[in-house]
Ligand binder design. Sequence first.
Ligand SMILES: [Zn+2]
Length: 116
Amino acid sequence: MSNTGTSRGVDLTTASLPRGVQPVRTCVGCRKRANKAELVRIVLAGSELAIDESATAPGRGAYLHPDQACLATATRRRALPRALRARQTVSDEALRAQFARVNVNEQFGSSGMSAR
Ligand SMILES: [Zn+2]
């Protein structure tokens, strides 16, 4: 009876995926969950909606895919003012302009954001 070899390297289970390592947020447009890094943070600057590119602006933030379709859906549902608890009417003109630029780049939100 020399059955002492019980060291089998069984670590291939995917059940032990580290959860919570990457923060997950819900897009207020399509309502899908995505990694925070894949979404853009929207903040209320005065009475205007704007993309918080540094994601460090104080206050409440809403998350959206950098996709005009998600912005359109969120606008139709008034999801952004609601998510940001805006009490007054907010303008999304600046945000639309920012999204128009985002779609050209398509790489917005990638980890390699280089300053101009
Ligand atoms: Zn979305």
